[in-house]
Design a protein around this ligand. Structure first.
Ligand SMILES: [Fe+2]
Length: 207
């Protein structure tokens, strides 16, 4: 993993610079991350990044098991704590229904096609809770493909379901590294909720 930008793809190094600038100059987190989402949309068009992604690993098997997908970890910012992750999901793979706790996330589709779902608490529960039981219901589903960026705010409940015949490759930007905050997983089959510390992080060189 790059602790700074050495040997990083040029377009990614420019993206990191832009994100560092936003952290230094934009105190409003919602504005910062919506602006960063625009910048990630530009990055997803980079041919060199697309070519590099063809070599990203689809194993170990943890990269696609039980809905708890491991992430490749490309970069962690030493000053601001944001990270850049990669995620490869096999055709028909589904994530759990989950939130990202207090963190902000940009989920960018580099290749493939999938459905992005949003949910709401249907039991009067409020964002920020770590409940043992909860009722959630889907509020919207969007079919998305390469170039799409989903900006996921703190405690927003969501899932991603791959299309049957397409794997997806995603570039994910998180405001802080998984493992440093608690997330909820909502199991609709029985209403139970599990707390966990997010996907395992597998260091990988992006350059
Ligand atoms: Fe997620």
């Amino acid at each position: 993993m790059n602790s700074r930008k050495e040997a990083m793809l040029p377009a990614v190094a420019r993206f990191v610079d832009a994100l560092r600038g936003l952290h230094e100059n934009e105190p409003d987190e919602a504005v910062r991350w919506r602006t960063a989402a625009e910048r990630l949309r530009q990055l997803l068009r980079d041919p060199e990044l697309k070519a590099h992604a063809q070599g990203w690993p689809t194993s170990p098997a943890k990269l696609g098991l039980e809905g708890k997908h491991a992430n490749l970890l490309f970069y962690e910012d030493p000053d601001h704590g944001f990270v850049i992750n990669g995620l490869i999901k096999k055709p028909a793979a589904k994530t759990t229904v989950h939130d990202h706790g207090r963190s902000w996330t940009l989920y960018g589709v580099l290749d493939g096609a999938e459905s992005v779902l949003r949910f709401r608490r249907a039991d009067g529960g409020r964002p920020g809770e770590l409940p043992s039981r909860a009722e959630v219901e889907a509020t919207e589903t969007a079919q998305v493909g390469a170039g799409h960026v989903d900006c996921i705010g703190p405690w927003e409940i969501h899932a991603e379901y791959n299309n049957d015949h397409a794997r997806t490759i995603a570039v994910i930007v998180r405001s802080q590294k998984s493992g440093t905050f608690t997330q909820n997983i909502f199991y609709q089959k029985d209403g139970s909720v599990e707390q966990y510390y997010g996907p395992q992080q597998i260091p990988w060189r992006l350059g």
